[in-house]
Design a protein around this ligand. Structure first.
Ligand code: MOS
Length: 732
């Protein structure tokens, strides 16, 4: 078929769902009107480990409006069938709500109160007396024996390190972070006989459907998950958490729809988090800064019952040319809830260690940090010997250095001042592995000239609705307003989780395939229809534009979709599209790349850090929706500023309690913390990655920010901070 003109793709559209959002008509999980709904409130464990010895529900049950209190003593046994593949559950034995008397972490759900009003449920929950046989929980990563490591090695890193002219031994510490999306996690569950419908905050309706079908031992088709709008996620909603099961269980017991909304506090232990890390990095280079060996010893927290591992090793294997690499990645099982991916998962932590260390090496060897990176730029992926699909990091450095004014940086620390502020410039490179997976979509072109595309995808904020509409509009030759892209329903064709920067590439490619097929059907119909002005024209000479098919180079010869379908008495044309995953993962290594530049001011007496400017330059493949790409980049870099300077989940190791489980004490960046931020995307596409040429943007924009800031703080002050977040007390 003729390639389609691209009118919508690449245009800086505003969100197509913007009007729904600003007028409050966009429905989030807890906002659906479900007849007869009653309200649930969770009672969570006030010890960090041990057993429940008794639960006194008398006072709660005596309250007006209370319908039921459910806990391990009266809950039915649930099948909890194995679900190791279907919903992002880490290896292990998932938490089984109300199935026994064990408490595995502080905040674990131990009972649920269901009442006719939210107030009655919450008040009654506070009246429940739970007694425990408490044990001392272990929640400190540094005080518990780690599991067997996952290892990687090439060459002989220890020997090469010993022989290296320059050696460094550096340990980086990164605190736990919580996602804190604005919309707290919530679920409405309703049973119709043995069919379950849930409206659930999730980044993956199919994953939640799979989890519920295994927990309750139901066929997949008996579970429907609906979630058209997600008020932020950053990864926290990419697996189904126990509270969703609690809501479904309560609804089944009560035989009424149940709504359960986690409080902000409960969200800190009811959902996952970016795990705490200790990352020891030893590196050896020659005198010109060329890496000879790196040794990575990585420890991360996980729960006692599941082993959460993420992609933290790859960056150390593929990013810089290094003949000898050795890695050991160990999880430490603790009495905590299970961690989960958070924006830029793995890479955002690995890059803090690696990119800080490169800055330390550059300083020691008196080499410009960009020059040092260029000297270590690999010709191919040394972890697997594959060529890069596209790797335009050199351009990221060149463009970034020019736009940012990198030449103005004084390589001597503590050399620039602005009044009370010490000024520093820092940069870091960024990489992320967008993990492409299979996806499906269905497109329908209606007789009225509009189209509907459906996929069980999500839009947690990046603008899936908009960017997918743009792809469909161009593939069908329709105006953007004539296309209705629908997502967030498990009845729609299957997609992978909305995460890992893969939605645009995977769902987009399936969407493109479905729309191309529908356009192909319309073209075939026209060229074979004696009454069509296009009768006899070669199919490959026809394009679709503005809802009309016409011969390329002869726009007057053609007809609208409406004319074509009406004459043929067709209510619509429909096709299923699919994407099988990256077309050649065996032949090319594909990653997204970036370079982050920042200027900070550090108050010389108070140790306050202010980010003054930030620029990110990205090689993310084709940009479908530039305005929303900017929104992504801004959000990702703001997230990086949070990781660098503010976000810090604090656990009291005496009882395993998170002490700052609220938005007053868990600090996130606010407007006053955010300077001028700019993102530049290298023009181009990566057709080896997928048919759309998209590589993905959502994660890469968070990666590298923390190290760029730490490196700028060093340039400003001469103080090297190897612990996140970088706080005032570390700088005093
Ligand atoms: Mo993202 S951490 O994969 O939601």
């Amino acid at each position: 078929m003729n390639p389609q003109p691209q009118a919508a793709v690449g245009a800086p559209l505003s969100r197509v769902d913007g009007p729904l959002k600003v007028t409050g008509r966009a429905r989030y999980a807890a906002e659906f009107d479900v007849d007869g709904v009653v309200h649930a409130a969770i009672v969570d464990a006030s010890i960090g480990r041990g057993r429940i010895t008794s639960i006194d529900t008398g006072a709660a049950e005596a309250q007006p409006g209370v319908l039921r209190v459910i806990h391990h003593g009266n809950a039915p046994k649930l099948p909890y069938r194995d679900n190791s593949n279907g919903s992002n559950n880490p290896k292990g034995r998932r938490l089984r709500v109300f199935q026994d008397d064990k408490v595995l972490f502080h905040g674990q759900p131990v009972a649920v109160v269901v009442a006719t009003t939210l107030e009655a449920a919450q008040h009654s929950a506070s009246l429940i007396e739970v007694r425990y046989d408490a044990e001392q929980p272990s929640t400190d990563l540094t005080e518990v024996t780690a599991d067997e490591p996952t290892r990687y090695a090439r060459g002989d890193a220890e020997t090469a390190l010993r022989d290296a002219a320059v050696r460094m031994d550096l340990t980086y510490r990164m605190t736990r972070n919580h996602h804190n999306p604005m919309e707290t996690h919530s679920t409405i569950a309703r049973w119709d006989g043995d069919k379950l419908t849930v409206w659930d905050k999730t980044q993956w309706v199919v994953g939640t459907q799979t989890e519920l079908s295994t927990v309750f031992d139901l066929p997949m088709k008996s579970v429907r998950v609906i979630n058209p709008f997600v008020g932020g996620g950053f990864g926290s909603a990419s697996r189904c958490w126990p509270h969703t099961v609690v809501a479904a269980l309560a609804a089944r017991e009560l035989k009424r729809p149940v709504k359960l909304v986690l409080t902000r506090r409960q969200q800190y232990f009811g959902t996952g988090f970016r795990p705490r890390y200790e990352y020891r990095l030893r590196l050896g280079s020659d005198r010109r800064g060329r890496l000879q060996a790196t040794v990575h010893e990585i420890d991360a927290e996980t729960s006692s019952y599941e082993t959460f591992k993420e992609n933290i090793m790859l960056a150390g294997q593929m990013f810089y040319s290094t003949p000898n690499v050795s890695q050991a990645y160990r999880t430490v099982p603790l009495d905590v809830n299970t961690p989960l991916w958070m924006r830029g998962p793995g890479f955002a932590n690995a890059s803090f260690a690696i990119e800080s260390a490169m800055d330390e090496l550059a300083h020691r060897l008196r080499i410009d940090p960009i020059e040092l990176r260029l000297r270590n730029e690999p010709a191919e992926d040394q972890s697997n010997g594959l060529p890069w699909s596209t790797r335009r990091l050199r351009e990221c450095y060149t463009v970034g250095a020019r736009e940012f004014g990198w030449h103005r940086r004084n390589s001597k620390p503590r050399a620039a001042r602005d009044g009370d502020w010490l000024i520093g410039l820092g940069m870091a490179a960024a990489v992320y592995d967008p993990d492409g997976q299979a996806a499906e979509a269905r497109a329908r072109l209606n007789a009225d000239g509009t189209a509907v595309v459906e996929a069980a995808a999500s839009d947690m904020g990046p603008g899936t609705y908009t960017s997918q509409t743009q792809v469909a509009a161009d593939a069908l030759g329709l105006a953007v307003r004539a296309v209705d892209f629908r997502l967030g329903d498990s009845l729609y064709p299957k997609t992978p989780a909305h995460g890992g920067s893969m939605t645009m590439a995977c769902v987009g490619s399936a969407n493109l395939d479905a729309c191309n097929k529908v356009r192909g059907q319309a073209i075939t119909l026209a060229v074979e229809d004696r009454e069509s002005p296009l009768y006899g024209v070669k199919a490959e000479d026809i394009v679709a534009r503005n809802g009309r098919l016409h011969a390329e180079g002869n726009p007057s010869r053609g007809e609208t979709y409406q004319q074509l379908l009406a004459r043929n008495n067709l209510p619509h044309l429909e096709a299923d599209g699919s994407y099988a995953g990256p077309p050649n993962p065996e032949r090319h290594s594909y990653y997204t790349y970036g370079a982050v530049f920042t200027e900070v001011g550090v108050d010389a007496t108070l140790g306050l850090v202010r980010v003054r400017r930030m620029l990110g330059v990205y090689d993310a493949g084709r940009i479908i929706s530039p305005k929303l790409a900017d929104s992504q980049a801004l959000g990702g870099m703001v997230g990086g500023i949070g990781q660098a300077l503010l976000e810090h989940t604090v656990t009291d190791h005496r009882d395993g309690r998170i002490v700052n489980a609220n938005l007053a004490d868990y600090l996130v960046p606010v407007n006053a913390d955010i300077p001028e931020i700019k993102a530049i995307y290298l023009q181009g596409e990566d057709k080896r990655a997928d048919p759309l040429g998209v590589k993905g943007l959502g994660e890469i924009v968070q990666v590298g920010v923390a190290s760029a800031i730490a490196n700028a703080v060093f340039n400003a002050t001469g103080r090297r901070i190897r612990e996140l977040p970088i706080t005032t007390d570390a700088l005093l």
